[in-house]
Design a protein around this ligand. Structure first.
Ligand code: MN
Length: 243
C-alpha cells in the first residue's frame, strides 16, 4: 500500500502510526506543514526504508511562517521530497495571497537550484494559479497534485504539464472526485489519505485506510483486485527512480 500524503506528525501517537506502517510495509510520504517540523518528523521514521519525509510550508501557514524560508533552504539538500506546499484560494486564506505566492515561488525556485525535487502540492480553489506557477518553474521537479479538486479543464492542463496525482478515500467517495480521477492517466496516479485531517465514519484516517481508495480505483479502472496495487506500486517505482 502507498500513502503519498499523510501528516504522520499530527496524530496523537505518531510513533504508534509509524510502527504500524512499518509492520504493514506501507510506503508513506510523511509531509510537514512547516520547515521547523521537518527534523522531528523525519526522526520519527529514522531507519524505515519505506517512509520518507517531505519538507513543507503549507499555504495556509505561509503568512505566519514565511520567516522559516531560510530554514527551508538549509534543509532542502537533505531531502528529495517537498510538501506540503502550494496555494490555497479558500476565503480564510485569500487575504494572505501575496505571502502564499511569495513562499510558493521561493520554494519552486529553490527546487530548481537544487536540481529538482518530488513535490506534493496543495491547490484547493487555486488550481489555475498553481499551474501558472509550475509553468514558470518547470525545472522544479516532479509535481504530484494532492487531492486535486479543480475543473476538468484545469485537470487537462495538469496532465499536459506531466503532473502526477495522489487520490484518497474522501476524494474518490464523491462523484465529482471520481469523475476527475477517471480522467487522470492511470500511470500517473498514486494513493494518499491526508490523515489525520480526513475522517471516515467520524474517525481520523490512517495510512492503512488507503485500501478504501485502492478498492474504488479497482472498480473505476475495471481491474482485477490484485492488479490495482501492483499498478500503483509500479507508478511509485517509476516516479522515485527518475534521475
Ligand atoms: Mn495535507
Amino acid at each position: 500500500m502507498i500513502d503519498f500524503h499523510c501528516h504522520v506528525d499530527l496524530y496523537p501517537d505518531p510513533h504508534a502510526v509509524v510502527e504500524e506502517c512499518i509492520r504493514r510495509e506501507i510506503y508513506v510520504l510523511s509531509v510537514t506543514t512547516t520547515p521547523s517540523a521537518w527534523h522531528g518528523t523525519s526522526a520519527l521514521s529514522e531507519g524505515s526504508m519505506r517512509i520518507r519525509t517531505g519538507l513543507g510550508l503549507h499555504p495556509q501557514l505561509a503568512h505566519e511562517r514565511k520567516r522559516e524560508l531560510p530554514l527551508f533552504d538549509r534543509l532542502l539538500p537533505q531531502t528529495r521530497y517537498v510538501g506540503e506546499v502550494g496555494l490555497d484560494g479558500g476565503v480564510e486564506s485569500k487575504p494572505h495571497w501575496s505571502d502564499q505566492l511569495t513562499v510558493f515561488e521561493h520554494i519552486l525556485d529553490a527546487c530548481v537550484s537544487a536540481g529538482g525535487r518530488i513535490l506534493s502540492i496543495h491547490s484547493r480553489r487555486a488550481a489555475t494559479a498553481v499551474l501558472d506557477a509550475l509553468e514558470r518553474f518547470p525545472q522544479a521537479g516532479d509535481f504530484v497534485f494532492h487531492w486535486f479538486s479543480g475543473s476538468r479543464r484545469e485537470l487537462a492542463r495538469a496532465v499536459d504539464l506531466g503532473c502526477w496525482f495522489s487520490v484518497g478515500p474522501a476524494m474518490i467517495a464523491a462523484e465529482r472526485g471520481r469523475d476527475l480521477v477517471a480522467r487522470m492517466p492511470r500511470e500517473r496516479v498514486l494513493t494518499e489519505t491526508d490523515g489525520p485531517f480526513v475522517k471516515i465514519d467520524g474517525h481520523p484516517v490512517h495510512p492503512w485506510n488507503v485500501d478504501h481508495a485502492v478498492t474504488s480505483l479497482c472498480r473505476l479502472w475495471s481491474l482485477a483486485e490484485h492488479e490495482t496495487p501492483s499498478l500503483l506500486k509500479e507508478n511509485l517505482a517509476r516516479l522515485v527512480s527518475k534521475p
